[in-house]
Structures are given as structure tokens and as C-alpha cells.
Design a protein around this ligand. Sequence first.
Ligand code: HEC
Length: 133
Amino acid sequence: MIKILLIVVAIGIFSCINATKDNAISTKEKINNNLQKATIPENVKAIFDKSCIACHSNAGNMAKMHVNFDKIYTNSYSPKTMSKKLKNINRVITRDIMPSKRYLKKFPDKALTDKDKKLVSDWINSELKKYNK
Ligand code: HEC
């Protein structure tokens, strides 16, 4: 009888521990998601997804050495590197260097509109203020 009681108590304690673990994980995920959203707005991310991600992501080729948007989205660059990457992105976008002309000939719908460029540029400029504090 005591044995059964012990088993029941043990199961009870075990499921409590597991429930606490699950809660801890989901809270952490929530915080991470919020940080990501606060860092990069959906409308800016949509532009990178449309015009840059094909080459500049984990799945991409050499281009990801220059900029990897998977790392930008997940905030995986150090603050110093991130600020350099953002400045570079701003430069290639405002000077129409990226996406390359050759690529745009094949995929004209990937071109950034003036509105896209302004959205990205405004976001980068406000983001850079955080890094230059
Ligand atoms: C078709 C593939 C492709 C697409 C699409 C593309 N890139 Fe690139 N990008 C490259 C390659 C390849 C390089 C490295 C070679 C070079 O400099 O031309 C590069 C280099 C860069 C660099 C570093 C260049 C420098 O002078 O420091 C930046 C920044 C960059 N890309 C940003 C972007 C952004 C932002 C977009 C979207 C608006 C984009 N790229 C779209 C292929 C691409």
C-alpha cells in the first residue's frame, strides 16, 4: 500500500517539475519573439525577404559571408558587426548596388521601390542610433 502511495506521489512531483519546465521555456520563447519583432518591423523584413534572402541567408551561397539575413533576423551578430552590416545594407540599397542589375534583369519584380528604400533606410538610421550610443 505504501509502495503504491509513494509511486503516486513520485508521479505527481514529476509532472509538476515538467510543467514548470514547459512554462519556463514558453516564457523564454515569448521574450525572444518580442525582441525580434521590436528589432525588425514586419514591413522591413518583407522587403529583405522579397529582394535579398534568396542569396543572403543560411541557404544562400557566398553572398551570406557579406550579409546573412538569418543572422540579422535572429540578432546573432555582435553589436559591432551588426552596426557595420546595417551601414553596408543602407549603402548598397540607396546606391542601387543590390540586388545586382544582372539579377534584376532576370527577376524585375525583386527590385526595390522608392518607398521600400525609404522604409529600409529609415529603419536602419533609427536602429544605428541604438548602436552608436
Ligand atoms: C542574386 C543574389 C543576390 C541578391 C538577390 C542580393 N545580393 Fe547582396 N550580394 C550578392 C553577392 C554575390 C555579393 C558579394 C559579391 C559582390 O560584392 O558583388 C553580395 C554583396 C552584398 C553586400 C556587401 C557589398 C559591399 O560592398 O560591402 C551587401 C551589403 C549586400 N550584398 C546586401 C544586399 C541586400 C540588402 C540585398 C537586397 C536588397 C541583396 N544584397 C540582394 C548577391 C546577392
